[in-house]
Ligand binder design. Structure first.
Ligand SMILES: NC(=O)c1ccc[n+]([C@@H]2O[C@H](COP(=O)([O-])OP(=O)(O)OC[C@H]3O[C@@H](n4cnc5c(N)ncnc54)[C@H](OP(=O)(O)O)[C@@H]3O)[C@@H](O)[C@H]2O)c1
Length: 239
């Protein structure tokens, strides 16, 4: 069985992926900030590292000595929803640091070992927001579009070395992503009536992709609620 490093393993999609990989017999190293959630994963037998991905030095220290066969770049943040003109620069920096810079740094630390060993699989949790415009999400869209471009180009660099790369293009998944951005009633309405994919569905797809023969790489898969299109409607004209 392989060793897998999962970021954002303390909640939502990453937690479901960590549990699925652990359940499939892989040795999981779970990253996140939430100490209680990490403790819960540790109690299940996973290795854990408490790390703030926005802190470059902390990330470097956390990765010291690790050489996983599977890397799941999953952690991400959604900056406050709103018109880009009103966005706070600190929120923009945080989104870029967590959603993009830390992903490049982490991959840069781990991928050379996979290339040298001649095997490995790197997953990225991208988003439909990286492939279609969504109003009030310009910075999030920018970071996820960058992840999509990076994943597809990286795949070409690593394919000759037998290392696979997969971008997970997720639509609406019921997680804590909007928990600080929307009031509880609005979140509940968003997820009502089977209108969201569950984190476990994404994890099941990841396991299926991983189980394919080494000669097969799913470069990307899109996973959306059945009803969901790939883009939101036209912006409203302000009065
Ligand atoms: N939910 C959706 O509808 C949806 C759709 C498309 C794509 N995605 C993507 O899916 C990924 C997972 O999000 P989710 O939906 O599962 O949301 P979530 O439940 O809020 O989980 C986010 C995870 O990211 C981690 N994280 C955030 N900031 C961090 C930081 N500074 N340092 C370390 N870890 C950090 C959190 O860990 P701690 O709290 O422990 O720090 C948490 O484990 C994200 O990349 C998101 O953009 C989600």
């Amino acid at each position: 069985m392989a060793q897998a490093l999962v970021t954002g393993a303390t909640s939502g999609i990453g937690r479901a992926i960590a549990l699925a990989l652990h359940g499939a017999g892989h040795e999981v190293i779970a990253l996140g900030r939430n100490a209680a959630a990490l403790q819960g994963l540790s109690a299940l037998g996973m290795q854990t590292r408490q790390v703030d991905l926005a802190d470059a030095a902390e990330l470097t220290t956390a990765l010291n000595g690790l050489a996983p066969d599977i890397l799941v770049n999953n952690a991400g943040v959604m900056p406050p929803l709103g018109n880009f003109c009103d966005a706070d620069l600190a929120d923009i920096d945080q989104a870029i640091n967590v959603n993009l810079r830390s992903v490049l740094a982490l991959t840069h630390a781990i991928a050379p070992g996979m290339r040298a060993r001649g095997h490995g699989h790197i997953f990225f949790t991208g988003s439909t927001a990286g492939h279609a415009p969504f109003a009030n999400l310009a910075v999030y869209c920018a970071t996820k579009a960058a992840i999509g471009g990076f994943a597809q180009a990286l795949r070409l660099d690593l394919a000759p070395h037998n290392v696979r790369v997969t971008e997970i293009v997720a639509g609406r998944v019921e997680t804590a992503l909007y928990s600080t951005l929307l009031p509880p009633e609005a979140r509940a309405a968003m997820y009502a009536g089977n209108s969201a994919v569950q984190p476990e569905d994404v994890a099941a797809m990841l396991l299926a992709v991983l189980a394919l023969p080494q000669s097969v790489d799913v470069a990307r898969f899109d996973i959306l609620p059945t009803y969901q299109g790939v883009a939101t409607g036209t912006p409203k004209k302000e009065a």
